[in-house]
Design a binder for this molecule. Structure first.
Ligand SMILES: Nc1nc2c(ncn2[C@@H]2O[C@H](COP(=O)(O)OP(=O)(O)OP(=O)(O)O)[C@@H](O)[C@H]2O)c(=O)[nH]1
Ligand SMILES: [Mg+2]
Length: 167
């Protein structure tokens, strides 16, 4: 039994979840099979503000209605481990395709913070995303990130810190 607060990183396959996990946590990550499954889940620790968190890199999911074993595990983590913060990380190039899961997570009452990742490639193809507007519309914290370089990670941590303090 542990009382450490948790942060779950969720999102579709291949959007940068693991790189974000590495950016938030240090070098001590633990990989294990989720009980009763063949799905690997990686856990590490992060200090954000004054708070120490366990960070969970969840398996890729497209929807809260699970089809694959990975999605079932991701949902189970959200339901059973009750994270204090759920970082939904999405590919900024595919906003429309990815926001439906953001809505599902918000509707499920989860404490969602949105990380608009791969913002570097979005900019390259001329996409300019109005983060403050998105934040206002969604009514959740939003940060633009580039997991490969670390750009925006401090801002994301700042949003998490404020959010955690406000709850
Ligand atoms: N240009 C760019 N590439 C990124 C960024 N974040 C992730 N990538 C690339 O996207 C790919 C996937 O990154 P991962 O961190 O493995 O993504 P993931 O969500 O953990 O993937 P799965 O675990 O397979 O679902 C890698 O090739 C990364 O280099 C980013 O911010 N910018
Ligand atoms: Mg991964």
């Amino acid at each position: 039994m542990s009382f450490i607060k948790k942060i779950a990183i969720v999102g579709s396959p291949n959007v940068g979840k693991s790189l974000l996990f590495n950016r938030l946590t240090g070098i001590y990550a633990v990989v294990s099979n989720y009980p009763g499954t063949t799905v690997d889940v990686t856990r590490g620790k992060a200090k954000i503000g004054e708070e120490e968190y366990e960070v969970i890199d969840t398996p890729g999911m497209y929807s809260l209605l699970p089809i694959t074993e990975e999605e079932r595990v991701a949902r189970k983590i959200l339901r059973e481990e009750k994270p204090s913060v759920v970082i939904h990380i999405i590919d900024a190039k595919n906003l429309e395709r990815m926001l439906p899961l953001t809505f599902q997570l918000i509707e499920a009452g989860l404490p969602v913070v949105l990380a608009l990742n791969i913002i570097d490639e979005a900019e390259k193809i001329g996409l300019a995303i109005d983060l403050p507007l998105l934040e206002k519309e969604l009514k959740i914290p939003v940060a633009g990130t580039v997991s490969t370089t670390g750009r925006g990670i401090d801002a994301l941590k700042g949003r998490i810190k404020e959010y955690a303090r406000s709850r």
